[in-house]
Write a protein that binds this ligand. Structure first.
Ligand SMILES: Cc1cc2nc3c(=O)[nH]c(=O)nc-3n(C[C@H](O)[C@H](O)[C@H](O)COP(=O)(O)OP(=O)(O)OC[C@H]3O[C@@H](n4cnc5c(N)ncnc54)[C@H](O)[C@@H]3O)c2cc1C
Length: 459
């Protein structure tokens, strides 16, 4: 078999997409291999979508460095591609004396991470910032640069740019084995063998399984399920900023946050489970969130719940991201990226290229790069096609609303089906347009959206 690629990347979530985009800035043949039928369809589609400053990361870790760098890279990349980001800021609330006593330590940690803008505020300021908070808040820590963003568009933008730079995207292609030979590796996939010089493991929650194909046993992953409730857009004024708890060992805790789509979310839970496919929500999770929500913001529970969802963090037994290159096998792993992968993604891409170079990989930058793609604006704060008169005048399909809850137009659905990486099912359409994402969850527009999809021969 002839070698078909310089680099094969396993996994097209946020991390694999970012690595593919970065490596494709070099003059290389790259194949991006994904078991599912879309990019960003694993953990990357079900998170809280906060662009973290990294104020609470453990100083000195790789994660702290890459979150900080990723935050900076996203400012620029979001502006260039249209991925919506809103700098709402965050307020970390202390609900008891122990948490209040922890605030100076958290502030010192932020400063050790190079983030100097936090302020400790008293209860009066806390309630002035978020009047709907429940009683009992003692103090807070403001983090003015924490932001909300769209993790769906983030993955699509990076993967699309990778494809525009020449990356071959192989969807519905699962890597089941690897044979490492003297100068190349053969990946055994559900769609045949792929021969490649280098392999990058960006398999998320399957990172340890793929690592084992290369004979490594350096970390073990298990899913830590995070369930979230999404409240109707009428609740949005209750959450002017991201309301954070004081973080604990198991994670960042339950927050109340505005979403980029104009809703409010409550969550996530943090349940260590074994089933790596258990992305369903549970009654216990629902009860837990209601109990927490009652404490944080009781009046939020009077609002209507639009939907609930769950995502699986790749919880691990290491204290940090694991990004390591094995020069002998020409193999890199980007693993143990648990709760901050959206923020860190672009920086992980840079780091992987650097580690490969340090391990002897040679490549040269492409002489000419295409312009980055423009993703459709899914952010509620920006101009959407249905309200853009000039755009509607130029193309009336942008004035023809199909999904009334989210005000998604026929023009946007058509564009999503014609995109460089087109939507292949209803979930893919939702992530590219917001169709069926609103309060009726597709009850009214479901038939029309499905007809548009089936009209293009999609499954
Ligand atoms: C509840 C929750 C809240 C979060 N909140 C935030 C947040 O606010 N901010 C933030 O920055 N981060 C957040 N995160 C973390 C972030 O979502 C993840 O770190 C990120 O999505 C990980 O991306 P990934 O590409 O590693 O994994 P994934 O998105 O899971 O991608 C891995 C891909 O690899 C594919 N794959 C696996 N094995 C194979 C194989 N053998 N062959 C081919 N393909 C394979 C999978 O199908 C999958 O698509 C949160 C996560 C959760 C669960």
């Amino acid at each position: 078999m002839s070698v078909v690629a310089d680099v094969a990347i396993i996994g097209a979530g946020l991390i694999g997409a970012a690595i593919a985009r970065e490596l494709a800035g070099q003059d290389l043949d790259i194949v991006l291999i994904e078991a599912r039928n879309d990019v960003g369809d694993g953990t990357s589609k079900a998170n809280t979508a906060i662009l973290h400053t990294g104020f609470d990361a453990t100083p000195g870790t790789l994660e702290a460095r890459l979150v900080r760098r990723g935050y900076a890279l996203w400012q620029e990349y979001a502006a260039r591609t249209g991925v919506p980001v809103e700098r709402t800021g965050a307020l970390l609330v202390a609900w008891d004396e122990e948490q209040q006593a922890a605030l100076p330590t958290l502030q010192a940690k932020a400063e050790a991470n190079g983030y100097l803008a936090t302020r400790i505020v008293d209860a009066g300021t806390v309630y002035a910032m978020v009047p709907d908070l429940g009683p009992g808040a003692l103090a807070g820590l403001t983090v003015p640069d924490e932001s909300i963003m769209c993790s769906w568009s983030a993955a699509i933008a990076m993967a699309t740019e990778a494809v525009l730079r020449g990356v071959r995207l192989e969807l519905e292609c699962r890597v089941d084995g690897a044979t490492v030979l003297a100068d190349h590796t053969v990946l055994h996939t559900s769609r045949g063998d792929i021969a490649t010089r280098w392999v990058v493991n960006a398999a998320g929650l399957a990172g340890d399984t793929v690592d084992a194909l290369f004979g490594h046993d350096r970390f073990h992953l298990h899913p830590r399920r995070g369930e979230l409730l999404v409240f109707d857009k009428l609740a949005r004024p209750k959450a002017p900023v991201i309301v954070l708890p004081v973080p604990s060992k198991v994670g960042k805790g339950v927050l109340v946050s505005p979403t980029i789509y104009g809703n409010v979310m409550l969550g996530p839970t943090a349940d260590d489970i074994e089933d790596r496919a258990a992305t369903g929500t549970t009654e216990a999770g629902f009860a837990f969130l209601l109990e927490r929500g009652r404490r944080i913001m009781p009046s939020l529970l009077d609002e209507e719940v639009t939907t609930a969802y769950a995502g699986l963090r790749a919880a691990h037994d290491r204290d940090d991201f694991v990004i390591e290159a094995d020069a002998a096998q020409r193999y890199v792993v980007a693993g143990c990226i648990r709760s901050t992968g959206l923020t860190a993604s672009l920086a992980v891409g840079e780091e992987v290229l650097e580690r490969m170079r340090a391990a002897g990989f040679t490549c040269t930058p492409r002489a000419v790069l295409p312009e980055p793609p423009q993703v459709p604006n899914l952010g509620e704060a920006g101009l959407r096609p249905y309200e853009d008169e000039a755009r509607i005048a130029a193309d009336p399909a942008y004035g023809e609303i199909v999904c009334f809850c989210e005000r998604v137009t026929a023009g946007e659905i058509r564009d999503a089906l014609d995109a460089t990486i087109p939507a292949r099912d209803l979930g893919g359409l939702r992530r590219r347009t917001r169709a069926q994402n609103g309060r009726c969850q597709g009850f009214f527009c479901g038939a029309a959206v499905r007809a548009a999809l089936e009209g293009r021969g999609a499954r």
